[in-house]
Ligand binder design. Structure first.
Ligand code: 5GP
Ligand code: ZN
Length: 137
């Protein structure tokens, strides 16, 4: 992908604060961090989102999230960790190269990742179960 900023960062063409790198991934610090240590896991190959990523890469990304998240807990003493992954503009995705956010959390920090809980009605429950299960099999 010629004009993808994360392709350029993942390949090393554009420098970034790199926490970790292997054949498949580069883990960098986010330039606009939600909290101290906010990092992004970038696959080196370009996939726009979760729908496009191969199963093997998806699995490896989560294993890497565990590894880096565990190191952050020890090194930064964070009290919690959010693993966030946005798909599509409606979900807040702004860079269309798959990435996972690792957001260390600290007591009384100002990170806002919450929503107002609704109510699961019987009608919606039945509709969702019916429609999605049909596809999942
Ligand atoms: P999204 O909203 O797509 O889930 O997340 C994109 C993230 O990438 C944002 O948190 C933003 O701060 C970060 N970001 C965007 N451009 C750059 C960049 O050039 N370098 C780094 N390190 N982070 C970036
Ligand atoms: Zn890309």
């Amino acid at each position: 992908m010629e004009n993808c900023i994360f392709c350029k960062i993942a390949s090393g063409e554009i420098p970034a604060a790199t926490l970790y790198e292997d054949d498949q991934f580069r883990v960098i610090l986010d330039l606009g961090p939600a909290s101290k240590g906010h990092a992004l896991i970038l696959p080196k190959k370009h996939y726009a989102n979760l729908y496009e990523i191969p199963d093997e890469t998806a699995g490896a990304a989560m294993v890497l999230a565990k590894k880096v998240g565990t190191a952050m807990k020890e090194a930064l003493g964070c009290a919690g960790l959010n693993v966030v992954q946005n798909n599509g503009e409606a979900a807040g995705q702004t860079v269309f190269h798959f990435h996972m956010h690792l957001i260390p959390r600290y007591e009384k920090d100002q990170v806002g990742l919450s929503w107002t809980p609704g109510t699961l009605t019987d009608e919606v429950k039945e509709e969702v179960l019916d429609k999605v299960k049909k596809i999942l099999g």
